[in-house]
Ligand binder design. Structure first.
Ligand code: FEO
Length: 169
């Protein structure tokens, strides 16, 4: 069995991962409208990753005898009008997710659930990667500025990103 407070923290985080999937889907559509297919691909991978993060937690909570509570997913709102501003939003969002994962880990520590602490370690490492990955694209977008040719080159690079189903936990 899993502690009730930890179960609640997991359920809240599952909702946040699903919201992340939804938010990135909205961003994918934004780039579809701009016909920047490399960016579309980048967000498509992001969408799949967020789904995997949510499923990983759902399966884990289930395996621990916890009750999975799937809640309403908020309407995604993109902050920003340009690719640069959209990526600034992505970074802010990932930093927020990192804080929330840390909170779940804090609860796991508080209730002395060593198995959950161990499980959450994967997510903590994943957040470091997520922030670095987004930060990399953001840094390039800042360099690009108003240069449309350079933006198209970045778009080509982002088309190479592929999704590999993660082994969580
Ligand atoms: Fe599931 Fe991008 O954090």
């Amino acid at each position: 069995m899993i502690n009730e407070k930890l179960e609640e923290a997991f359920n809240d985080q599952i909702n946040k991962e699903l919201y992340s999937e939804y938010l990135y889907y909205a961003m994918k559509v934004y780039f579809q409208e701009l016909n920047l297919q490399g960016f579309v691909n980048w967000f498509d991978v992001q969408v799949q990753e967020e789904r995997a993060h949510a499923v990983g937690m759902i399966d884990y909570l289930n395996s621990r005898g916890g009750k999975v509570d799937l809640r309403a997913i908020e309407k995604p709102v993109i902050e920003g009008k340009t690719p640069l501003e959209v990526f600034e939003h992505v970074l802010r969002h990932e930093e927020f997710v990192t804080l929330r994962i840390n909170y779940v880990a804090d609860v796991a520590e508080e209730v002395r659930d060593r198995a959950a602490i161990n499980f959450l370690d994967w997510y903590i490492k994943e957040q470091v990667e997520e922030e670095a990955n987004v930060g990399g694209v953001l840094a390039t977008l800042r360099l690009i500025g108003e240069d449309k040719k350079a933006l198209l080159m970045l778009d080509k690079d982002l088309a190479a990103r592929t999704f590999t189903a993660p082994v969580i936990g």
